[in-house]
Design a binder for this molecule. Sequence first.
Ligand SMILES: Cc1ncc(CO)c(N)n1
Length: 221
Amino acid sequence: MSLLERLKAAARDDWTGYVDHAFVRGLGDGTLPASAFRQYLVQDYLFLIQFARAHALAAGKARTLADMRAAKEGLAAIVDVEMQLHLRLCERWGLTAAEVEATPEHAATVAYTRWVLDIGMSGDLLDLQVALTPCTLGYAEIGRRLAPEGAGALDAAHPYREWIGEYAGEAFQSVAAGAHAWLDDLDRRYGSPARFPELVAIFAKAARLEAGFWQMGLDAA
Ligand SMILES: Cc1ncc(CO)c(N)n1
């Protein structure tokens, strides 16, 4: 079993509470209130700025050039791809980049991002990648679940079609597959049975903070 599969099995309730959150179901069936999505979208942009820093920290934690390249791929995926999508989405929802960047971070955004950065500061590359895993691999799982027949098969009138399409699409799925393989590679080199419970605790906490992030959106509805 891959490390991800073992972590998911060991933290099943926290994982389910994240990937099957009411916000996600509302995104899928289009019933999510626009006010909840807008709140999420603004905070997610601020979230991604901090997550880009966490990927940059991973490059600094790398002890091999191959690990540094893998961290750089993660950073590029956020800065060059995901944030561009967010700006397009924000525009469609009537928000400019300047407006979004001037918005204060919500407590849920601070809690999640600064905790990940702290795990990265105090731990090694494996700790940090485990803290980042629910982000990338959770959204990839959600994307596949919400668009099982591919992004192109979604109803053109679906209000969250563009968002779902981004995470179900080839580009994000391929970034996620790379992150999955890298996680297993790090586990082979740095993991051990003695470390596993600590990794489960990091993974479970990240999943709970992801659920808290969805909830922050719903609470604004
Ligand atoms: C909160 C959150 N988690 C994960 C992702 C996927 O990168 C995202 N954009 N936002």
